[in-house]
Design a protein around this ligand. Structure first.
Ligand code: ADP
Ligand code: MG
Length: 376
């Protein structure tokens, strides 16, 4: 279905066509008209299916004619789990804002960088995209007021309502007006979100885009059984033998991410690590280089497992399995986005085999297991 019948203005349709977005994805078809009608929406659709545009476009439409608010009061709030995702979502707002006669101002705020420029940037802002901790700091220093928020978006909603964030997100929600539009988007669900959505969402339109049984797998998955000692050499052989032009490698700890990068560099592979112990400057640079194709190998923790969009990334490698089966789904979802194809390769040590069974069961898919001795 094209975007033309969804109720969007000609200026936004023009940007869509400039971006070569010709057909609306199923989640966009269902969510855009509902959000335009100020309905609460709970949208569940797989990674890479275009959930961002599903809320960015109707939010821009709804705010185009919004009355100018008092200083430091904002109209809409988008909460995300990571700094990198905050920047990425802001960039999507920016792209579509360019087409509007009167742009709607969107600002990203997050920790790890100095707070003063964010305080200044918040002047006259309509939309704030934030990680929870920094937003609360900004509220505490009166740099922003949430009391006029008309729309709240939780992107990666299951993560935002999970233990690590729940307290902060509850605090933020308590600062919002009772009467508001609530929008949740996620690729995965957990028991908490099922319960919480009944409390927060008001008569929501629940949109669940199921994967078609007969659809062609966009993400090819394979796993190799490799002992922990052999994972390093096996990884290097894999990168060469498959002629990987670009690959995102996940480890489960900061320490392992650094160790993998060190080993790769010693063997003349150009690699960088991204994880929570790096400075924000180093994080931003590594992701920028990778997204722009200047860096071939990025080794990451689950920090960038969620939401991060890398154009046409062909390969994801799980050097170690994630503890949570949901994180596996998010990690491999960095490839095979927007109808592209991609490959996810897991290096599974014998002691990880049972856990890999659990992951496959939760995901509802079987993955071919190959003994590495048979390959290298
Ligand atoms: P999700 O949040 O569902 O994981 P994103 O919103 O990050 O997915 O979108 C994934 C990719 O698909 C992005 O690169 C985005 O630009 C692209 N995309 C989104 N909607 C469309 C569309 N209708 N046509 C083509 N590409 C699209
Ligand atoms: Mg997303």
């Amino acid at each position: 279905m094209s975007f033309t019948s969804l109720g969007l203005s000609p200026d936004l349709l023009k940007v869509l066509s400039d971006q070569h977005f010709t057909l609306a994805t199923p989640i966009q078809q269902a969510a855009i008209p509902a959000i335009l009608n100020k309905k609460d929406v709970f949208g569940i659709a797989k990674t890479g299916s275009g959930k961002t545009v599903s809320y960015v476009l109707p939010l821009l439409m709804n705010l185009k004619e919004a009355p100018k608010l008092k200083n430091r009061h904002v109209n809409a709030l988008v909460l995300v789990p990571t700094r990198e995702l905050a920047e990425q979502v802001k960039d999507v707002f920016k792209i579509f804002n360019k087409g509007l006669n009167v742009p709607v101002k969107a600002v990203a705020v997050y920790g790890g960088v100095s707070i003063n420029p964010q305080m200044t940037a918040l002047q006259g802002t309509n939309i704030v995209i934030a990680t929870p901790g920094r937003l609360l700091e900004l509220v505490a220093s009166n740099a922003v007021s949430l009391s006029d928020i008309e729309t709240l978006v939780l992107d990666e909603a299951d993560k935002m309502l999970n233990l690590g964030f729940k307290e902060e997100v509850d605090k933020i929600i308590s600062l919002l007006p009772q009467k508001r539009q609530n929008i949740f988007f996620s690729a995965t669900l957990n028991a908490d979100i099922q319960l919480i959505h009944q409390v927060i969402l008001h008569d929501p339109l629940v949109i669940k885009i199921e994967e078609q049984e007969d659809s062609i797998e966009q993400i090819q998955q394979v796993a190799y059984i490799v002992s922990n000692e052999n994972k390093g050499p096996f990884l290097r052989k894999l990168i060469c033998s498959r002629e990987m032009q670009q690959v995102l490698i996940f480890t489960s700890s900061v320490h392992a991410a650094d160790a993998v990068v060190n080993k790769l560099r010693k063997n003349n592979f150009d690699a960088k690590a991204i994880h929570s112990k790096k400075s924000q400057g180093a994080r931003t640079e590594a992701l920028y280089l990778f997204k722009s194709g200047k860096l071939k190998i990025l080794v990451a923790t689950d920090l960038i497992g969620r939401g991060i969009d890398i154009d046409r990334l062909p390969f994801v490698i799980n050097y170690e399995l994630p503890r949570s089966p949901k994180d596996y789904v998010h990690r491999i979802g960095r490839t095979g986005r927007a109808e592209q194809i991609g490959e996810a390769i897991s290096l599974v040590s014998p002691d990880e085999l049972d856990h890999f069974e659990v992951i496959q069961k939760k995901m509802g898919k079987k993955v071919d297991l190959i003994y590495s001795e048979n390959v290298v």
